[in-house]
Ligand binder design. Structure first.
Ligand SMILES: [Zn+2]
Length: 74
């Protein structure tokens, strides 16, 4: 059975939740959108675990295009 790629894993979510709320809010509101040409808010995002980072993939709040943001782990 394969797991859909866009589903947030429990572990990734735990790591995400470990980040202070204030900082998380800042991260989701400061995602670069190539279409809008600047910082936008990411919506409908899922969280994926990479080797040394978390990867947020979702949509731009302004234009609805796919955007992503890497959150590096300490
Ligand atoms: Zn956009």
């Amino acid at each position: 059975m394969s797991r859909p790629e866009n589903v947030t894993s429990f572990k990734a979510l735990q790591q995400w939740k470990a980040i202070p709320q204030q900082y998380r809010d800042k991260l989701v509101r400061n995602v670069f959108c190539g279409n809008c040409g600047g910082a936008v808010e990411i919506i409908d995002y899922s969280i994926k675990e990479e080797k040394y980072a978390l990867l947020l993939t979702g949509k731009c709040r302004t234009c609805g295009r796919p955007v992503a943001r890497v959150v590096e782990n300490e």
